[in-house]
Design a protein around this ligand. Structure first.
Ligand code: XMP
Length: 327
């Protein structure tokens, strides 16, 4: 099948166009897979979520969604995937709690590319094990979108499941491969997915792994996850939200002071970094102005509720020279 978007394909900008696309794809999926079973790695990102929702409409229980929790997801994400897909859409969803597996493999590893490799390889291994447990799978669905094809080594190359062994090379089902991101979102809305999923900001495949700087420890990772949820909630309230906004946690500590019975005690604590950027293509990025009261609210909430953190920093670095992520 060609990998070039047909020139006749109209840009999907309205709910009506999305409905027409959905109807067309349901027919195409049914024609391709018949009564066969399809496997999908469902991360909860926009693309895989839209593919899952399309396939559920087309083939129902013959779609097997596998959601791997590698411990590096943001707060509430695994729960949201289960709620939306299993509870609301009635999907055949396999939830894999692989948190300990990933964190054990990552223990003591500080090199960023090594961390990425471990996360990618372990992801494929976990997914492969789940694939082998399923009977009669003939197809693999993927949330490939048109920019992935155009870039061919786009960011998804970091975490897709292209590395499955030969005997698990299923026929691919890629219903959104000719869509641009904005079109995927319009289709997602029409499929009834929640806004939190459809308008989700980009999130790297290795997840919080590249934001928990250096060797990941469970306490620092938990602090990051909590602080990140606060940052996303507070910055998410702005009338115009930045392209990406999140938290990172460096692997150093600095001095803090706390008062016990009126006595000041110095202690060492973590610093968390608030990062917000605007960009068109992630190649360059600028830093938007975040109102100071919003930063103060973030600071107060993090200090009050995230154990071990005694400092909140705001990263004003642009790309270049800093990258968007801290690793
Ligand atoms: P950088 O940090 O290179 O990030 O300025 C550019 C964009 O790519 C995302 N990113 C990744 N996405 N796997 C991914 O899937 C990765 O390993 C990865 N590293 C960075 C980053 O979030 C930003 O949107």
């Amino acid at each position: 099948m060609s990998n070039v978007r047909p020139e006749s394909m109209e840009r999907i900008t309205t709910p009506a166009l999305a409905e027409a696309f959905i109807a067309e794809q349901i027919d195409a999926i049914r024609a391709q897979v018949g009564s066969g079973k399809v496997l999908l790695a469902l991360s909860g990102g926009v693309d895989s979520s839209v593919v899952a929702a399309l396939l559920i409409r087309a083939i129902g229980q013959n779609l097997v969604c596998v959601h791997v929790n590698h411990g590096l997801l943001r707060k509430g994400e695994p729960e949201q995937v289960i709620r939306v897909f299993r509870d609301e859409l009635g999907a055949n969803l396999v939830y894999v709690d692989a948190v300990d597996r990933f964190l054990d493999k990552l223990a003591g590893v500080s090199d960023p590319e090594q961390k990425r490799k471990i996360i990618g390889a372990e992801f494929i291994r976990v997914f492969e094990e789940e694939a082998r447990k399923q009977e009669g799978i003939g197809f693999l669905a993927q949330g490939t979108i048109y920019p992935d094809i155009l870039e061919s080594v786009g960011v998804k190359a970091h975490h897709n499941v292209g590395g499955l062994p030969e005997d698990l090379k299923f026929e691919l089902v890629e219903p959104v491969k000719f869509l641009y991101k904005d079109e995927v979102r319009v289709v997602g809305k029409a499929l009834g997915l929640p806004d939190a999923m459809v308008y989700r900001q980009p999130f790297p495949g290795p997840g919080l792994g590249v934001r928990c700087v250096g060797a990941i420890t469970r306490d620092r990772l938990e602090a990051l996850r909590e602080a990140d949820a606060i940052v996303r909630e507070e910055i998410g309230k702005l009338p115009e939200t930045p392209w990406q906004y999140f938290c990172a946690i460096p692997d150093f500590q600095s001095t803090g002071i706390r008062y016990v019975d009126g006595q000041g005690q110095r202690y060492m604590g973590w610093a968390v970094v608030v990062r917000a950027v605007n960009t068109v293509d992630a190649v360059t990025a600028t830093v938007p102005e975040i109102p100071f009261p919003v930063l103060c609210t973030i600071r107060d909430r993090i200090i009050a509720s995230v154990p071990g953190v005694n400092r909140v920093l705001w990263d004003v670095s642009e790309k270049p020279v800093a990258t968007i992520e801290w690793e």
